[in-house]
Ligand binder design. Structure first.
Ligand code: MTE
Ligand code: MO
Length: 374
């Protein structure tokens, strides 16, 4: 006999119009500017399909007219011996590189902080492994006579139209990273084999491999080598790793290089209960700015560990690796964890580093999954 069921599940938000081409079944829509990939939706083929990659916008995306004629988008290169402005079409003749890298919001995993920091409570899905093609920043800089003397940072500015009536510095998306990060940085026009969609930063995006999401400036209109970090609020006060209860300020570390991190995507409780027998425990692992050396998996909450097998091609030190460990599971409850060790020998930590903004969570304990095997 049918019974009335009162649902306590929040209604699913529809995809915002500017990303209505995303796969709705793969996404958690937090807000119109924050969408993450569901844990169970990560596949096993390394690259995250564009239609299920997360979205994070600090400002509304620019008008679609900026991708109507991609080749005519302009970017100013400053802080070099011979500064000048290029159209994307010109950049395409200046060099070419393809890099696979983990794009991850610095707040990914914030949802596991018991202190509930303000900001989107991302779980694992504010991350993906993406292939970018573009001109190496190094090649471009050399063509312009090299960096000007005394420059310490590489500063990128987003091409959004700023809301009127506000101090531009309080809203502009402008970020500085140490100048050495230019060694592997790209000005990219292509993502996963297609022109970069507007929502992901087309026509041109700064890619800083190994650095967290916010440093990868979408619709970049200016790339400058600078003596100091920008004083934009998003750099000076935002995205700082500050002690709980303390506001961010320039004396605290910025979210730059990512740490080693891994998580299991399957078997996940959201995929239903797990049948007894052999389970293929699988997930993703990346080393931060270094390659993945090994991944260990535990089914007893970290008491004992076994080395997993890395799956598929190695797309370089900034990409993630898929891993798998077949495990025989009898009926019962298991806490499944994984921990990556990178080529420098740093192992993913057991615990998160508490901080006010909920940044840089790479705790293996926070990312463990408890499953019931029947
Ligand atoms: N111009 C611009 N670049 C930006 C942002 C933005 O709001 N504007 N958001 C940053 C943040 S916080 C993240 S996590 C990533 C998100 O990239 P995605 O939306 O392509 O996944 O872009 C970064 N680059
Ligand atoms: Mo982010």
């Amino acid at each position: 006999m049918a019974q009335a069921v009162t649902s306590t599940v929040a209604p699913v938000k529809p995809l915002p119009a500017y990303v209505n081409w995303k796969n709705p079944d793969a996404m958690i829509v937090h807000s119109s500017s924050t969408l993450e990939t569901k844990r169970g939706a990560f596949g096993s083929s390394i690259v995250t399909p564009t239609n299920q990659l997360y979205i994070r916008n600090n400002l509304p995306a620019p008008d679609a007219s900026i991708v109507a004629d991609r080749d005519s988008w302009e970017v100013a290169i400053e802080g070099v011996k011979n500064p000048r402005t290029f159209k994307v079409k010109e950049l395409k003749s200046m060099g070419l590189e393809t890099t696979a890298m983990v794009l991850q919001c610095s707040g990914n995993g914030r949802g596991y902080f018991p202190s509930k920091p303000s900001g989107t409570p991302w779980q694992v899905g504010a991350a993906g492994c993406v292939i970018w093609s573009g001109v190496p920043v190094r090649a471009l800089t050399e063509a312009l006579g090299g960096m000007a003397d005394g420059m310490q940072y590489m500063t990128g500015t987003g091409g959004e139209k700023l809301p009127e009536g506000l101090d531009p510095k309080s809203v502009i998306v402008e970020r500085s990273v140490p100048a050495k990060a230019m060694a592997d940085a790209l000005l990219a026009w292509e993502m996963n084999g297609e022109p970069i969609p507007l929502a992901h930063g087309g026509p041109l995006r700064l890619i800083v491999p190994g650095y967290s999401g916010v440093n990868n400036i979408k619709y970049i209109k200016r790339l400058a080598f600078t003596e100091a970090q920008t004083d934009a609020a998003i750099q000076a006060h935002g995205y700082r790793v500050s002690p709980p209860g303390q506001k961010g300020d320039p004396s605290q570390p910025s979210v730059w290089e990512m740490g080693p991190k891994s998580w299991i995507n399957s078997p996940a409780p959201e995929n239903g209960s797990v049948q007894a027998g052999i389970a293929q425990i699988k997930g993703v692992a990346f080393g931060g700015v270094h390659a993945v050396k090994s991944v260990e998996v535990s089914v007893d909450g970290g008491k004992s560990w076994k080395t997993a097998r890395l799956v598929g091609p190695d797309l370089g030190r900034y990409a993630w690796r898929q891993f798998v460990l077949p495990v025989k599971l009898e009926p019962g409850t298991y806490t499944i964890a994984c921990a990556v060790t990178n080529a420098e020998g740093s192992r993913q930590p057991e615990n998160r580093m508490e901080n006010a903004g909920g940044y840089n969570n790479n705790s293996w304990r926070d990312h463990a999954l408890t499953i019931t095997v029947v």
